[in-house]
Design a protein around this ligand. Sequence first.
Ligand code: NIG
Length: 429
Amino acid sequence: LTGISELWTLDPALEDPTTAPSAAPSTERGAAEGQVLHDAALVIEDDHVAWTGPAAQAPAADERIDLEGRAVLPGWVDSHSHLIFDGDRSAEFEARMAGQSYAAGGIQVTTDATRAAGDDRLEALVRGRIAEAVAGGTTTLETKTGYGLTVEDESRAAALAARLVAGGQLDEATFLGAHLVPAEYDGADGRPGPEEYLDLVVGPMLQSLRGNVRWIDVFCEDGAFDTAASRRVLEAGRAAGLGLRVHGNQLSAAQQGVRLAVDEHAASVDHVNHLGREDVEALAATAARPTSPGEGPGRLAVDAGPTVATVLPACDLSTRAPLAPARELVDAGAHVAIASNCNPGTSYTSGMSFCVATAVLQMHLSLAEAIRAATRGGALALRRSDVGHLGVGARADLHVLEAPAAIHLAYRPGMPMTHQVWRAGVRHT
Ligand code: NIG
């Protein structure tokens, strides 16, 4: 591919290990380190990047595509989504816009609809949502179970996610049986209570799907799982060989989601809307934790490395929550990721370009910081080294913008900005 006005390689090999990768680089530093090339070309061989450099020095290739002055980024790495669901919650959203606040209880509405959905319908819905994400430039996608909440329904969701990972439609699958205590465990009239549900999650449910997921997650919040229960979930997941993720400090700081994630060496704590200075510092302190090689090519070990603070700008807007303090986190030196949190309750969009624009316009990140968080940041949160950048050897995941410069993502918010999307060397749009 030639005729590239800006090529954001974000190549880790060009990064100064004494200053990076903790704080996201300023535009100037990114450019100075050769992470943004101008008038550039990129060569794809099979599924990976084989060469990047000045267009004038591009080697011969079997096929040549002129991008006519467009900017090229690594495809977005969306490290947090909940795509496996049926049902509609637009009325809940409308009520929220009329003044009601978000509460975790809406998860039960989606759970009821998802349990009732046939397998084919559920798979078609998920595939449709993946197609939407790819059309917006997402090339690495994590998704979670969490709307089944029985052994059978969580296993079904995990098996579907695993099939889609094996087929190359998804990249990472996460078990979120600890999303909500379902209604049938309310402890009333002789029915089992929340403790029994927790026993189920960390016992038979986890065992039933462990081969199908790489991660375990927990919604650590009042109304969902308190800190002690969340710790139990994470420790059971670790014992089963899974990497750890936490939904933390979303609705309040009443539970200690961030501290728990840091203590347990979770790869990521997501939402992070309600943080004290100590939380920010605790996350920043994990930036020095080294990663180590993982289970296969492009995989880092799930249990080593920083705890990434994943901010979810679309969710913050859709719930009218205080925006996560992305600026403060970056300034403190924490690793930050941006993800869509696509789900029917709090963020029904997989539009990562929109999330990046919001992070620039509303969270006060620089363009380079936001792009990095939505690519390299997400990759670190998923413990992946093969995606989120376009260094030589990376998976050839490209987002060709319908714009001469990446700043147009924020300069022209809401405009269609995706011209082409390539995943693993194959053009999808
Ligand atoms: O990440 N916070 C918990 N889970 C989802 C929302 C789920 C729902 O409301 O359906 C989230 O925002």
